[in-house]
Design a protein around this ligand. Structure first.
Ligand SMILES: Cc1cc2nc3c(=O)[nH]c(=O)nc-3n(C[C@H](O)[C@H](O)[C@H](O)COP(=O)(O)OP(=O)(O)OC[C@H]3O[C@@H](n4cnc5c(N)ncnc54)[C@H](O)[C@@H]3O)c2cc1C
Length: 409
């Protein structure tokens, strides 16, 4: 099979690259093909909390998150398919520590310069936005009313379906890809399903990227670590008059406006809480009637030699760490049942900024990897930026130097 652009990996990044590339390529003379070894979303992307917020510390990432949020929020009204965007609001709790408050204030000022809708909030406002929260009187935080989450598998299926509608091909169950290099250039990929020829090959293979590049003699400073998340029963939402946070369900979703789905529209119990003072993420999942708890930071996460070494069963450690923090911050959870946990891969670079762009040693080969535990939300900007780069169009969606693999040279 011949392609203009061949993408290996069907997670958030691969499907987003496929969509953006397909929009720019003639399906007959310049086909875009995506191959995936499992099913779409079977890597990190299928296990993410998919919180959408623009609270990055780096200006470049905050701007991309702002642009991506517009794509997610307007998807249904512009292209007729939803990614399950819920505008629940995102509350960041800095706590009472002076340094943490100053850092947050600096970030919020930068984000506001980028026209991001976010504001600093004191204890009284936090109590109003998040009824039932326990917070010291001198604590500070920030609130982003347009933040919330998307449904990750729905988003991936949507990217892939839209890419196919633009003429792209997506093939699942295609394994053992080996990048074919001729005359020093990438010219395609041989797989369990035969050979795919393409002058442009994109590795969007998440945790598996390091091994694939190593086989080609290219070393990249990626590390794969194991992270865990824990689930608890979601409490009943407060009465509507007590919920000033803007959970208006699928405000942009025409389908649910005319054909309400009670499960979809079930309100969340509170906004997404990024409790930096406790290192705790709390995100309601009303479809599953549960709340997801995870660590915000990456300290102490155990490195995996190979992605296959991921231990799926979870012990009691995260639950024992997270529950007292949650119960202290949101006492309404004290009587809620534990519902188990899950493990997942996180792929890290040394500076926690992803790698997006060409592999200089092998012209025609591109890599998109290292998206930590935050960056699902950047997928639309990454897809667009990489497609522009490959097709030698002016790159407006990302700053290529910022993401370049060369920065580690
Ligand atoms: C627990 C957790 C929580 C997170 N929470 C958030 C959040 O709240 N908000 C946010 O924005 N981000 C979050 N993230 C980050 C987000 O999930 C990742 O940034 C994103 O999933 C990265 O997508 P990807 O496409 O690069 O990788 P992946 O989703 O891992 O995709 C790689 C794909 O490549 C395929 N593949 C690998 N090798 C081959 C091969 N040889 N041949 C063919 N196919 C192959 C895999 O099967 C897989 O489907 C979280 C991540 C985790 C783990």
């Amino acid at each position: 099979m011949n392609a203009k652009i061949l993408i290996v990996g069907g997670g958030a990044m691969g499907t987003s690259v496929a969509l953006s590339a397909a929009k720019r390529c003639d399906p007959l003379s310049e086909p875009v093909v995506l191959i995936e070894k499992g099913s779409l979303g079977s890597g990190s992307s299928g296990r993410t909390g998919a919180v959408i917020h623009q609270g990055y510390r780096e200006r470049a990432l905050a701007g991309m998150a702002r642009d991506a949020l517009k794509v997610y929020a307007g998807m249904h009204s512009t292209v007729g398919r939803s990614v399950g965007y819920r505008k629940t609001g995102v509350l960041v709790v800095a706590g009472s520590d002076k340094e943490a408050i100053e850092g947050l204030a600096k970030d919020v000022a930068m984000q506001r310069e980028l026209a991001i809708n976010v504001q600093l909030v004191g204890a009284t406002e936090m109590r109003r936005l998040c009824p039932g929260i326990e917070i010291a009187d001198d604590a500070m935080g920030s609130y982003e009313p347009d933040g919330g989450y998307i449904e990750p598998r729905q988003a991936i299926e949507t990217f892939a379906a839209l890419a196919r509608a633009q003429g792209a091909t997506t093939r699942t169950g295609v394994d053992k890809p080996k990048v074919i290099v001729e005359g020093g250039r990438a010219v395609g990929v041989s797989t369990s399903e035969g050979e795919f020829q393409a002058p442009n090959v994109v590795l969007a293979t998440g945790p598996w990227t390091k091994e694939i590049l190593r086989e080609l003699g290219v070393e990249v400073p990626l590390r794969v670590v194991r992270s865990e998340e824990h689930f608890v029963e979601m409490p009943d939402p407060p009465a509507p008059e007590e919920t000033p946070h803007q959970d208006d369900g699928h405000a942009d979703d025409i389908e649910t406006r005319f054909r309400p789905d009670p499960l979809e529209l079930r309100p969340v119990a509170h906004p997404v809480i990024l409790d930096r003072s406790n290192d705790l993420l709390v995100r309601c999942e009303p479809r599953q009637r549960r709340t997801r708890l995870g660590r915000i930071g990456i300290e102490g996460l155990v490195e995996l030699e190979r992605p296959e070494a991921l231990e799926e069963s979870v012990g009691d450690e995260l639950r024992a760490w997270a529950r007292p923090r949650l119960n202290g911050r949101m006492p309404v959870y004290r009587d809620m049942k534990d519902l188990g946990g899950q493990a997942a891969w996180i792929t890290l670079t040394p500076d926690e900024i992803p790698i997006v762009g060409p592999v200089k040693e092998i012209p025609g080969l591109y890599v998109v990897a290292g998206f930590t535990g935050n960056d699902f939300q950047l997928a639309p900007s990454i897809g667009e930026g990489l497609s522009q780069m490959i097709l030698e169009q002016p790159v407006s969606a990302i700053d290529p130097a910022f993401f370049s693999l060369d920065r580690f040279a």
